[in-house]
Design a protein around this ligand. Sequence first.
Ligand SMILES: Cc1cc2nc3c(=O)[nH]c(=O)nc-3n(C[C@H](O)[C@H](O)[C@H](O)COP(=O)(O)O)c2cc1C
Length: 319
Amino acid sequence: MSVAPMMDWTDRHCRYFHRLLSRHALLYTEMVTTGALVHGDVPRHLDFSAEEHPVALQLGGSDPLELAHCARLGEQWGYREINLNCGCPSERVQRGSFGACLMAEPQLVADCVKAMVDAVSVPVTIKHRIGIDKGERYGFVRDFVGAVSQAGCAAFLVHARNAWLKGLSPKENREVPPLRYEFVHRLKRDFPQLVFAVNGGITNGLQASRQLEQVDGVMVGRQAYHNPWWLAQWDAEFFAQAPSAISRETVEEQMTGYMAREAQAHGTPWSAIARHMLGLRNGLPGARRWRQVWSDHRLKSLHPRDVMALAHDAVARVA
Ligand SMILES: Cc1cc2nc3c(=O)[nH]c(=O)nc-3n(C[C@H](O)[C@H](O)[C@H](O)COP(=O)(O)O)c2cc1C
């Protein structure tokens, strides 16, 4: 079970939060482009807390030498896996000739994977779609996986819908093209020796368990972000651990401590961290009031402990 890479969402603070909920889920970074690492501030993009482990770094790029360099940086920084993005359909990413449009160039992806595999000893994986534009042929993704697997790709994380490269926004590209889980199941049958995780539209434990009868892993994006409390069941349900005794209140308290430490060490405003946990009380009475307090920017000069007290008051008033 893993939490998907999500730009602007799965930053280090979000991962710290998710890790409090599940000890064993694999957590992915947001996509980091090779350009950002080659020309930019490497620690800003790669630093994270040791508590977040295991964490996988997702890279965006299409130049084998640059990807090898960035994979090496990722390994040095302590990431447990390097993942290449072959699924993002955004226009900006297409202009950079990477993301989903790479699926049209399996040999280039194989060269990229090979360069990364030669550069690092941690696993190199890719995240991709089942096709691009309106192509409906299973053979397209089968040949893509066949070519890339030769280069030493350790696992394939498959978002089970096409990416339409023209006419849809990235958001629509996560909703409009139909999900075809059977393509991923068929990949597993055709390449039983390879590792496949399925992604896209999975929102509960039953769906995840059914998928795990067919494939090796399940990657969850939006549902993990919007309803993070689900993650608190994962260790027991999917990793054979004793049921978690953690409560939402303990998690909130631990996050409050983390916010205070981050503010002191780096001047990070608590709101930059709290925004990721706004779904924590979803489904409970007072959830909306609680969320309103934790997202109230007028409180930004308060210590996070005082914000937590206000949030508790707001919940108590509803109850
Ligand atoms: C806000 C947002 C940002 C995303 N950013 C990335 C990204 O950086 N890299 C990537 O491979 N996929 C990205 N995705 C796609 C997700 O990883 C995932 O494939 C998609 O949301 C489908 O899974 P889900 O239905 O479980 O959410 C993003 C999705 C969302 C909602």
